[in-house]
Design a protein around this ligand. Sequence first.
Ligand SMILES: NC(=O)c1ccc[n+]([C@@H]2O[C@H](COP(=O)([O-])OP(=O)(O)OC[C@H]3O[C@@H](n4cnc5c(N)ncnc54)[C@H](OP(=O)(O)O)[C@@H]3O)[C@@H](O)[C@H]2O)c1
Length: 354
Amino acid sequence: MNQPELTLVLIGFGNVARRFVKLLSETSDRLDFTWKIVGISTRHHGSVVAPDGIDISRALQTVEGRQSLDRLDPEPRERSGIDVIRQVADAMADEAAEGRLICIETTVLDIDRGEPSVSHVRAALEGQAHVVTANKGPAAFAYHELEALAESVDRVFFFEGAVMDGVPVFNLVRETMPAITVEGFRGVINTTCNFILSELERGTEFERALADMQSRGIAEADPSLDVDGWDAAAKTAALVNVLMGSVITPHHVTRTGIRDVTGMDAREALGRNKRIRLVASASRQGGKVKARVEPELLDHHDPLANLVDLNNALYLTTDLLGEVGIVQRGGSLTQTAYALLSDVSRISQRLKEL
Ligand SMILES: NC(=O)c1ccc[n+]([C@@H]2O[C@H](COP(=O)([O-])OP(=O)(O)OC[C@H]3O[C@@H](n4cnc5c(N)ncnc54)[C@H](OP(=O)(O)O)[C@@H]3O)[C@@H](O)[C@H]2O)c1
């Protein structure tokens, strides 16, 4: 297959998904596939299914103008994300059978059970679609089940954007470190909290720094998920499930957020040449994996203490390679959108190799 023609259905059309479709257009001359979008589902902005392809500029204008996508649908009706996935899988049965249908799942993180995103992924795989998601929920709550389902239907379940945006954390290990055992990890993996802690050191108020992250579309839709450490706990659970082969959920992660860290705490630490950072970590202890997320007072020579503003880093402890670190300098929506694009591109590559 020369240039695979991919068919996409978008479940969630918020900051990340909209940046993703713009990035697809901006990079079209560099991509090794062509694409059309045949379905979009949202919670408050309606849905549209159009097997011949949706006019994506109109869809962007509609949602950015706070109108309903129903107006673009020839037969508008109330539909859940699962309804849209099933309708598209039926309408695009040939594309699905050929492995050219991809569900892009970018709904918001639900920290109770990872729903409805886990059900979206399951429904898409059952409809023979590949799945690409930036949502942490599926890998944090149901990685092993969904991966087994994907394998059983010969489709992929990719989620590189779930941790550290476009920086290849999962792919780094899966693609380039055969036979490695990850013994543990330590990292700063929540951009919003790192930005707030950096701003507290400069004298900015907590609420103002958080509002800045919300206005840039980086904070979670419910920012308490960032501040209370839930987002980092979900990422930690995903890393443990995928890289360490254990089976946990975010609720198994011992968790303290940054809500109680004051500007005075942050500046006092800096005055002593130290820094407070929200650290996510996991290690094997007596056959079990212990995972935690908590603010730590770090010495200045700790590599995690050098991370300011939007920077993230993850250090893996491995049996054969020792400690391996990966640093992200400045996360943004473009990086998250790039994670989706890179996962889609891997699917295209896979089709070309058939
Ligand atoms: N923003 C980032 O920098 C970033 C980075 C890495 C990962 N992520 C993850 O990426 C995902 C998307 O983030 P975002 O910033 O794009 O969030 P967002 O702007 O809040 O968009 C979420 C989208 O999902 C839709 N949605 C919510 N529940 C739905 C449901 N049950 N069925 C169908 N659609 C539903 C929303 O519809 P309405 O708008 O109509 O309610 C909206 O279109 C989240 O899981 C987030 O954790 C985000």
